[in-house]
Design a protein around this ligand. Structure first.
Ligand code: PGA
Length: 247
């Protein structure tokens, strides 16, 4: 499984970042899971600089700009230069802060043009009984991928993160059968957007209150390729237990 640890702004000091990195390295060595850490930018630079382990790094976001007079922006090129190989794009917390579908599409272009594998986050705000959440997710995928050439589209990893499930507890995460439905649906839409590629070609992750208690059940039979983990990735003991449960 692909396990992406989204540290958000939970980690604010280097010793803690180093401890989480050490735990991740030892788990990456012991089992077949691929671990990708998405630390705040300064810690990404510090940890990736001397990384010789199997752990990879992701930017939590990239700028839509190409550089220049843009105070506070961190470009895809800058991230690639300090050792990131993935980039989370369109996380709901960035979308709440103003990222539109069009901006997300620009960020995808930037990430890909510097060799970063984009992890595109999509997900509805709430579930409705008429199934509008499906067309919502379709729209997010379509606007994002249509900005890319077909050859680039197939490189995108999709993380399904329903907003209603983020930052809660295992009991509030999505039900297994609902995740199975959405995973199939996302693969169907991706196959439509990338002619010649079957839905199974794509990596689809789930994020939203994945904890040690529910990770394995969610992984089994849902057709998911991995997880994007927030709060459960920033406590060394909890994250270790979670990764172990998925081994
Ligand atoms: P959570 O966050 O695991 O804390 O729900 C997931 C995410 O927002 O990526």
């Amino acid at each position: 499984m692909l396990i992406v640890a989204n540290w958000k702004a939970y980690v604010e000091d280097l010793p803690k970042a180093k401890k989480l990195f050490a735990v991740s390295k030892s788990h990456a060595k012991k089992n077949a899971n691929i671990i990708v850490l998405a630390p705040p930018a300064p810690f990404l630079g510090a940890l990736a600089a001397r990384n010789t382990s199997a752990v990879a790094f992701a930017a939590q976001d990239v700028s839509a700009t190409v550089g220049g007079a843009q105070t506070g922006e961190v470009t895809a090129q800058a991230y690639a230069g300090i050792g990131a190989t993935y980039a989370i794009i369109g996380h709901s917390e960035r979308r709440s802060a103003g990222d539109t579908d069009a901006l997300v599409a620009e960020k995808l272009v930037r990430a890909l043009s510097h060799g970063l594998v984009p992890i595109l986050c999509v997900g509805e705000r709430e579930r409705d009984s008429e199934g509008r959440y499906l067309s919502f997710v379709r729209e997010e995928l379509t606007v994002a991928l249509e900005a890319l050439a077909p050859k680039e589209r197939e490189k995108v990893i999709v993380a399904y993160e329903p907003l209603w499930a983020i930052g809660k507890t295992a009991a509030d995460a999505i039900a297994g059968n609902d995740l199975t439905e959405m995973t199939l649906y996302i693969r169907k839409v991706l196959a439509e957007l990338v002619p010649g590629k079957r839905g199974e070609h794509f990596l689809v992750l789930y994020g939203g209150s994945v904890e040690p208690e529910n990770a394995r059940t969610l992984a089994e039979n849902s057709g998911i390729d991995g997880f994007l983990i927030g709060h459960a990735s920033v406590d060394a003991h909890t994250f270790g237990a979670l990764v172990k449960n998925l081994a």
